[in-house]
Write a protein that binds this ligand. Structure first.
Ligand code: PLP
Length: 225
């Protein structure tokens, strides 16, 4: 079995060659390692290997890890569905929230960020499926919702986040994500970032302009659920 550092190097090499194929600089990409279900000791090891951006999807787990790793200066990315009553806690450690997807959450975020000196970086998550339970704003409501996010003084709209479907339709989904991102950028020229691409599809995501990859198992190994 390969070691953590071998898997990290292998994935980073694949990321690098895919960026080169697309004539992209490595600075155009943020590789986030999704550490959910893995202990803080693994985050510590990855940090010592040069990883500074980590993704978590549940506040209870993430806040405990952030507390244990306060000495490191990790950039925590909150990537999961977020309940409004957890916003205050998440803001205690997260530097980016990828999953802003509805008015009630936006309103909680606005309340909690109103006094910030530096606005909080956020992505609007769009749902590419018909299953509303998946999280993400319906694509038909994207621009109107993004307008509300962009006008919140405590929030900085980075761009669009999406999860491509798992079975064979990734290319269709990434085409859609790129098109929606282009629409968003027309209204908000700075909101040009795209959070997309996971263990199974990050190379295709790079081809379609992803700027923030969220990679879990390909680097961490399987999660014990
Ligand atoms: C768990 C998770 C990932 C990472 O998935 P892998 O397939 O393990 O790379 C990415 N994005 C979100 C939103 C997740 O919940």
């Amino acid at each position: 079995m390969s070691s953590l550092s071998e898997r990290l190097s292998a994935i980073d090499a694949r990321i690098d060659s895919r960026l080169k194929l697309n004539f992209r600089e490595s600075s155009s990409l943020t590789r986030i390692v999704v550490s959910k279900f893995h202990p803080s000791s693994m985050v510590r090891e990855l940090f010592s290997l040069g990883v500074s951006d980590f993704g978590e999807n549940r506040d209870q787990e993430a806040s405990a890890k952030a507390q244990e790793l306060l000495d490191l200066g990790v950039n925590w990315h909150f990537i999961g569905q977020l309940q409004s009553n957890k916003v205050k806690s998440v803001l205690g450690y997260a530097s980016v929230i990828h999953s802003v997807d509805r008015a009630s959450l936006l309103s909680a975020l606005m309340t909690q960020t109103a006094e910030r000196a530096e606005p909080l970086d956020v992505f609007v998550q769009v749902n590419l499926t018909d299953d509303a339970g998946r999280g993400g704003v319906d694509e038909r409501d994207l621009l109107e919702f993004a307008e509300q996010v962009a006008s919140a003084p405590g929030l900085n709209l980075l761009g669009l986040m999406a999860v491509a479907s798992l079975e064979g339709e990734e290319e269709r989904d990434f085409t859609k994500i790129a098109a929606l991102s282009a629409l968003l950028v027309k209204d908000h020229p700075d909101a040009r970032y795209i959070s997309a691409g996971m263990s199974n599809d990050f190379e295709l995501a790079i081809d379609f302009g992803a700027t923030h990859l969220r990679i879990g198992t390909a680097i961490t190994g399987n999660r014990d659920l």
